[in-house]
Design a protein around this ligand. Structure first.
Ligand SMILES: NC(=O)c1ccc[n+]([C@@H]2O[C@H](COP(=O)([O-])OP(=O)(O)OC[C@H]3O[C@@H](n4cnc5c(N)ncnc54)[C@H](OP(=O)(O)O)[C@@H]3O)[C@@H](O)[C@H]2O)c1
Length: 314
């Protein structure tokens, strides 16, 4: 990592790829709040899996900074049933953008990895060095292999071609514009959906898979957007950097907070025939803390905002 490194986003032409997704929207909002100049393009006008289209768009629009928030993303079920699509589409999207960026003199590129690409049995809390130290989780292997390839493309370009292309590794995210579809969503959004329905249809109980005891680390998406902008300006290294909340919460506690915020007074049943997965999954955030960044939004406030946005969308 370069000592005393600074990169100023001001006066730069910035492209947020995937600006319509949960993360992309939050990054776009953050940059616009700072009155920075941001390019966006709709998926209908630019399919990022298409190499020529992507290269030509980057050449014609000449962004100086790129945030890659475009990806094929999904929960455990969709991931495990569609490994080919998760591997293929992510490989294409990221490779097209990264190679075109390198060939068109992009000054800074921020690629997003994920905590779920660390090995299944990685020591907790997970340090950046744990990458590739043990076998991957099978259910999202395709997605993880694609993301690791993206990370390595950035890392090799950094080391071999002096490109300031970095990889940020976010923990589980939640917030406005999350995916609340029960078939494809992650746990926090699924709980908001289920508990909202329980209140609406006056159900007395909501089922939770497993014992409710596993602990996870959840970060509000606006905090992630703040972190990636901070890292764009303060981090330059071929090694990835974790972004997490630095706190863990059990699934049961999470469900109780959501129920309280929604105002549902029923009880939870725990389907213990379903697997718990790892009992603790949390990112080690020593590296980003040392750089001077920490999250600002606590879980209760974040959940309150997420429920508000979800209710508006119904
Ligand atoms: N969500 C999490 O908990 C989490 C955790 C860690 C890391 N991340 C990382 O954060 C990034 C963004 O995730 P997200 O949750 O914001 O996902 P998302 O809401 O699904 O957003 C992904 C965006 O990519 C766009 N996209 C997909 N395929 C495209 C293509 N072929 N051409 C152009 N655009 C395309 C989508 O457009 P359409 O909407 O039009 O399909 C969407 O706007 C991903 O790299 C993910 O790995 C997410």
């Amino acid at each position: 990592m370069l000592k005393d490194y600074k990169f100023d986003l001001k006066k730069k032409k910035i492209w947020v790829a995937g600006h319509n997704g949960m993360v992309g929207k939050a990054i776009l909002e953050k940059l616009k709040n700072r009155k920075l100049s941001v390019l966006t393009v709709k998926k209908n006008d630019l399919d990022l899996t298409n190499q020529n289209q992507t290269f030509n768009w980057i050449k014609a629009n000449s962004p100086q900074v790129i945030f890659i928030a475009a990806a094929k993303v999904g929960g455990i079920l969709t991931n495990s049933l569609n490994q080919f699509e998760f591997l293929y589409q992510n490989l294409m999207i990221q490779s097209n953008i990264i190679r075109s960026a390198a060939e068109n003199n992009v000054q800074k590129l921020i690629f997003l990895g994920s905590s779920c690409i660390y090995p299944k049995e990685a020591k907790q809390p997970i340090k950046e060095e744990a990458l590739l130290c043990k076998p991957l989780e099978k259910t999202n292997e395709g997605y993880a292999i694609a993301k690791i390839a993206g990370l390595k493309l950035c890392s090799y370009l950094f080391k071999e071609h002096n490109k300031d292309f970095i990889t940020v590794m976010p923990t589980n995210l939640y917030g406005p514009n999350d995916n609340f579809d029960l078939k494809t969503s992650h746990v926090l959004a699924a709980l908001i959906n289920k508990i909202t329905n329980a209140k609406k249809y006056k159900k007395e109980s909501v089922e939770i898979w497993g014992t409710g005891k596993p602990k996870r680390d959840f970060l509000y998406v606006n905090d992630l957007a703040d972190a990636v902008c901070y890292l764009a300006e303060n981090y330059s290294s071929p090694e990835p950097i974790n972004v997490g909340s630095s706190r863990e919460i059990s699934i049961k506690e999470l469900a109780e907070i959501i129920a309280k915020q929604i105002g549902w007074k029923g009880s939870f049943s725990f389907n213990k025939s379903m697997p718990d997965g790892t009992m603790l999954k949390k990112l080690d955030t020593t590296k980003i803390s040392k750089l001077g960044w920490k999250p600002k939004i606590d879980i209760k406030t974040g959940i309150k905002e997420t429920i508000k946005e979800y209710e508006k969308s119904l």
